[in-house]
Ligand binder design. Structure first.
Ligand code: NAD
Length: 368
């Protein structure tokens, strides 16, 4: 059987720094777990613009369509701020998401016990938290027509349209149910069916898909405003939350911050299954290119490393190795090792990006 294939797009700023630590783990997987990935590397974002005059070359796009999974670091930087909108670094990432049709965005909020004090919520509310928000990513109010700013009478009116087809709702619902089956088997669907017709349809379709295809998964429905409140009140009541693009944007940021630092948050964006049964997939940390700390060794590589763990779980069915990496991260944090972003008010000496990667490798070795 062919080796699993990965396209690595480290990008700009701290992207290459955090990705270097992921590459160590890929090397470790080959040496210690006999899992060899066929890795190709290429450019995205500002570095692609510098070389090709576009933030994503067509050849890179073609490679992304062929591999089993894409791993992305981060894009952007102040030196690109004045570029034309069409060639800004972020357009490279948007093109990947659009052309790969990555409609299901998975944002886990997982709180490692050692960092529970970091949350703005009480420790017992967040310690051990492990939930995933599945956000519909390619439709809804950010894309619906008509849209624009128009003149009506003697004033301007801003219009965006929330629009969802049944099939768009069905496919993201399936993605959430599939995910729940690999976890605690519970899905909560959030919308505003009390005031929005698109919300009524959302609720009906999610329920139909559940009844026909996933009756074994526990399904509940919640209005999204109540969902926001419940996320802060008692987040551990949830396992998988599925919601639309707009509510998902807000709720996933809210849930993510329950756990502390931006440097800890991974994400996955999944599309339809390819011929080999694996979903089209892009894995990336939630954070950006952090130009303020690029080149200083301060970047926390954990978000990128946990994104790779998600790739193992969701693209390659290597849940055991994904859990091994997550446990290794938990171990180094429990041992008190911290990059600068994780330093509490009591101070202490932070370790560098490379030292954090090495410590995780040592914990992986110890796990064998
Ligand atoms: P950012 O996420 O890059 O940084 C926000 C803050 O968090 C900064 O203080 C940064 O130092 C810190 N931070 C981020 N990641 C960290 C890590 N791994 N370890 C330690 N600290 C970390 O967001 P920003 O400053 O708003 O944007 C900077 C650039 O990144 C911009 O060009 C923006 O467009 C781009 N951006 C890219 C993505 C992406 O590639 N997906 C996402 C967001 C922003």
């Amino acid at each position: 059987m062919a080796n699993p294939s990965l396209l690595i797009l480290a990008g700009d700023g701290i992207g290459p720094e955090v990705m270097a630590e992921v590459k160590k783990i890929i090397g470790w997987m080959g040496a210690k777990r006999s899992v060899t990935f066929d890795v190709t590397e290429d450019l995205v974002g500002g570095c692609a613009y510098d070389k090709h005059g576009v933030p994503l070359h067509d050849d890179t796009m073609a490679k992304a369509q062929e591999v089993d999974a894409v791993l992305l670091g981060a894009v952007g930087g102040p030196q690109y701020d004045n570029l034309d909108f069409s060639v800004k670094p972020e357009r490279g990432l948007l093109r990947l998401r659009k052309e790969m049709d990555l409609f299901s965005n998975l944002r886990p909020a997982q709180c490692f016990d050692a960092l529970a004090d970091f949350s703005s919520l009480k420790k017992d509310v967040v310690a051990g938290l492990d939930i995933v928000i599945v956000r519909e990513l390619t439709s809804g109010v950010y894309f619906g027509e008509p849209r624009g700013i128009f003149v009506e009478g003697n004033e301007r009116v801003g219009i965006n349209t929330q629009r969802y087809t049944e099939s768009e709702i069905a496919r993201v619902a399936r993605s959430a149910f599939e995910l729940a089956r690999k976890r605690a088997n519970k899905v909560c669907s959030m919308e505003k069916a009390n005031v929005m017709e698109s919300g009524i349809l959302w609720r009906e379709v999610v329920q139909e898909i559940h009844d026909k295809e996933y009756p074994d998964v526990a399904l509940s429905h919640m209005y999204a405003d109540n969902g926001a409140m419940q996320l802060v009140r008692w987040p551990k009541q949830f396992d998988v939350i599925v919601t639309d693009n707009l509510f998902g944007d807000v709720l996933s940021d809210c849930a993510a911050m329950l756990t502390g630092s931006l440097g800890m948050l991974p994400s996955a964006s999944l599309g339809a299954p390819m011929a080999n049964g694996r979903p089209k997939a892009l894995y990336e940390p939630v954070h950006g290119s952090a130009p303020d700390i690029a080149g200083t060794g301060k970047a926390n590589p954990i978000a990128c490393i946990l994104s790779f763990a998600m790739a193992l779980r969701y693209s390659f069915d290597m849940g055991e190795d994904a859990a091994r990496i997550e446990k290794a991260v938990e171990k180094v944090l429990a041992d008190g090792l911290r990059t600068a972003d994780l330093m509490g008010p009591d101070g202490g000496t932070p370790i560098t990006t490379t030292q954090m990667g090495d410590a995780i490798i040592a914990a992986l070795d110890a796990s064998l």
